[in-house]
Write a protein that binds this ligand. Structure first.
Ligand code: SAM
Ligand code: SF4
Length: 331
């Protein structure tokens, strides 16, 4: 298997692919209530294009993909894409990030395809707060998905964005949840990608404050070793089945070991969460590029990666703003 390195010596083996910008929720930190301007369906990478791209990337050294969105399960026939991805030799891990509202009926098929690593977004354990954040009344659908995933033995992580004045009272209950549930609850610093154009001031709930708050309730909280390339700093409470993590998405302390590329629903390749996109793979494919030409373009992008999220943001200056929504980036 070939190994792929960027210009800073970081090995790249992971792609996050957002398969749609559409979503059935309207999480306030991700999208305005009216949604964002969704691209026409023809702008989406087709499943054939995704599978071709993934075969080429696997041929270069990628061995892990995470499907994200928007909400992956709102895209028609998404299981067909999963089936195709599961058949790519060398693609060792297929993971999924979902809001959990439409996921439960798909669990048997996911299991059959060997898609066992699921990140479930759940920002509150209180149905009313859940509704306030997501602007939809779907708490129990997500909760039932969580229960079923755990029962079926999936590797589950709960992603919870911590929002000042909105869900901070959920921090300790989530920590309690890890007592019985063998899940990794990961608190994410809020990033200014909510599609509204509002700039975020200094972040109140940064990773340090989140951990301090949990430590106050659980003084025995202990640090776990972090897996290589982990974006989270991980902890556990002795005696609990699950773990707790914090993702410094805003503070950006994880860039030094970043191993990932991102592909947006319309085929823009990003080498950093904070860049404005390097080139459009879909356009290249539709213009008739050969496999070798596509691989060369990817190689060049990886050879010119920003050192970290701050440099990427600086390079993108004037192009990227908080009008961007996470639904087009995929988290
Ligand atoms: N719809 C799926 C879901 O919610 O899991 C997948 C897409 S969603 C954009 C991927 C992840 O990005 C979610 O865990 C979500 O919480 C996170 N996210 C979205 N907007 C964010 C923001 N402004 N700051 C931090 N995380 C954000
Ligand atoms: Fe939809 Fe996920 Fe964004 Fe929430 S975070 S609006 S579920 S894409």
């Amino acid at each position: 298997m070939p190994l792929l390195y960027d210009n800073h010596g970081r090995r790249i083996n992971y792609v996050r692919l957002a398969v749609t910008d559409r979503c059935n929720l309207r999480c306030a930190y991700c999208m305005p209530a009216e949604g964002v301007r969704f691209g026409p369906r023809s702008t989406l990478l087709s499943y054939e294009e995704v599978l071709r791209l993934m075969r080429l990337l696997v041929g270069m050294g990628i061995d892990k993909i995470r499907i994200t969105g928007g909400e992956p399960f709102v895209r028609r026939d998404i299981m067909d894409l999963f089936e195709g991805l599961a058949g790519i030799p060398g693609l060792n891990t297929i993971a999924l990030t979902t809001n959990g509202t439409l996921t439960k009926p798909r669990i048997p098929a996911l299991k059959r395809l060997g898609i066992r690593k699921i990140n479930l977004s759940l920002d509150s354990l209180d149905p009313e707060r859940f509704q306030m954040i997501t602007r939809r009344d779907d708490f129990y659908a997500v909760w039932n998905t969580l229960d079923e995933l755990v029962r079926e033995g999936f590797e589950v992580r709960i992603n919870a964005v911590v929002l000042r004045g909105i869900n901070e009272q959920d921090l300790v209950p989530f920590a309690h949840l890890t007592r019985e549930y063998p899940v990794g609850v990961r608190f994410i610093e809020e990033m200014p990608f909510n599609g509204s154009g509002m700039e975020q001031g200094e972040l109140y709930w940064n990773w340090k404050r989140i951990i301090d708050e949990i430590q106050l309730a659980f003084p025995a909280l202990e640090k776990l070793p972090d897996p290589p390339h982990s974006t989270s700093m991980n902890y556990r409470i002795p005696g609990h089945a699950g773990s707790i993590g914090v993702i410094p998405a805003y503070t950006r302390t994880f860039c030094g070991t970043c191993n990932r590329l991102r592909i947006t629903p319309s085929g823009l390749l990003k080498t950093c969460l904070y860049d404005k996109g390097v080139f459009n793979v879909r356009d290249l494919m539709r213009a008739g590029a050969t496999d070798a030409e596509i691989q060369t373009a990817v190689q060049e992008a990886i050879g010119d990666r920003a050192r970290n999220g701050f440099e990427a943001e600086e390079r993108a200056l004037g192009n990227r703003s908080s009008r961007e929504s996470m639904t087009t980036i995929g988290g």
